[in-house]
Unconditional design. Structure first.
Length: 385
């Protein structure tokens, strides 16, 4: 399409616009609109009608873009619930119900006539305490699992108050005690179970002589609990496989403890990452033949006082020691072939024991089972790096 207008040169058009006396075009908005309309009609007429002018509508927005714009929002996935953990070992619990089990503490005989025992190797935490005659006795704490056989069960001592009161109203099972200690034990914030108030919870076996033949079932003992409340953690735990840390940490492969009339030793097995126990010169095995082991050892140096005299079992009266588990003192912590020194502190029986290293940081042990040796102040254990 060719129009006359299109053949006017740019310079001529400029001169034509600047020619003197040339009347300017309309200046009002209405006039300008009318002029534009007239110009449009002239151009269309010049096209001769051979071509149609098609006005295209803008394309609709993309359905994908529209959907994205409508649905693009910030979504936050709900955080997964933390998996339940066994409070006394730091290991994963099989269920929330298991993690909420109450603690059951069983007093176990530990003289040579009572060995091998049943149960200590399945306990989460085991305490070894000094008793009369320079011998030792065990307090085995079960929470992550309840074995059906445990024993031989022996009598309670006042040291057990300091142990059991740390476990949030546990069951404490024992075979009895003397008339002075009994009301004290029964006044504590735990469910005490002995042969007098729950005779059906105990039975005697025929493979050992009395008094080293009294046994029980931890499942039965747990059912006697009136609270069913899990204990709070006694220790903190580092990540699996992480080493023991703290100011002054050093290697340790052997620990020897000479109680007045019981020689205890622990040796670290790097292959199994467990401490293996011997007593009085022989491997300390349970009735199944498995050697007693632990992931962690805690040597808690405590003062002992004389709480009374023992007059039974045909011997002369013997002083009964009581471990004082309130206050503060020194402690050693052994785990993974290492040892670090530190302290323990407990304000009173209603508060928990706190363990720290020499710099004051809270101790973190390896997840697993722990033995606590309540060693009298003044006894120096032997260490081999």
């Amino acid at each position: 399409m060719t129009t006359r207008t299109s053949r006017i040169s740019a310079s001529s058009a400029a001169r034509w616009r600047r020619a003197p006396g040339r009347r300017r075009g309309p200046t009002s908005p209405a006039a300008r609109a009318a002029a534009v309309a007239a110009l449009g009609a002239t151009v269309l007429a010049g096209c001769g009608g051979h071509h149609k002018l098609t006005l295209q509508k803008p394309p609709p927005p993309s359905s994908t873009s529209a959907t994205t714009a409508a649905t693009t929002t910030t979504t936050t996935r709900p955080k997964p619930k933390p998996k339940p953990v066994q409070p006394l070992t730091g290991l994963p619990a099989t269920s929330a119900a298991q993690a909420s089990n109450p603690a059951v503490i069983v007093k176990i005989d530990n003289i040579d006539a009572a060995r091998p025992q049943t149960g200590p190797n399945q306990a989460d935490i085991v305490y070894e305490e000094l008793v009369e005659g320079g011998l030792t006795r065990l307090a085995a704490v079960f929470q992550s699992g309840y074995p059906t056989v445990v024993g031989p069960v022996r009598s309670g001592r006042l040291t057990d108050i300091g142990i059991a009161d740390d476990y949030n109203h546990p069951v404490f099972a024992y075979s009895g005690t003397n008339g002075v200690y009994l009301p004290i034990l029964r006044s504590q914030p735990f469910t005490d179970v002995d042969g007098d108030n729950h005779p059906g919870a105990f039975y005697r076996v025929n493979f050992a002589a009395a008094p080293h033949n009294l046994y029980s079932n931890v499942v039965t003992l747990a059912g006697i609990s009136s609270t069913h409340t899990a204990p709070l953690p006694i220790f903190l735990y580092h990540a699996p496989g992480a080493p023991l840390t703290g100011r002054g940490v050093s290697p340790a492969q052997h620990l020897g403890i000479n109680f007045p009339n019981a020689a205890v030793a622990w040796d670290y097995n790097a292959a199994t990452k467990l401490w293996q126990r011997t007593q009085n010169g022989t491997p300390d095995v349970d009735r199944s033949g498995q050697q007693m082991t632990a992931n962690n050892l805690v040597v808690q140096f405590v003062p002992y006082v004389t709480a009374g005299l023992a007059t039974g079992e045909g011997g002369p009266p013997a002083p009964i020691p009581q471990g004082m588990l309130t206050g503060s003192g020194k402690a050693w912590f052994l785990s993974g072939g290492r040892i670090v020194g530190g302290t323990w502190a407990r304000a009173n029986l209603t508060t928990r024991t706190i363990f720290r290293d020499q710099a004051g940081a809270l101790i973190h042990l390896a997840p697993g089972r722990t033995w606590v040796e309540l060693v009298p102040v003044g006894i120096a254990p032997q260490l081999v790096p």
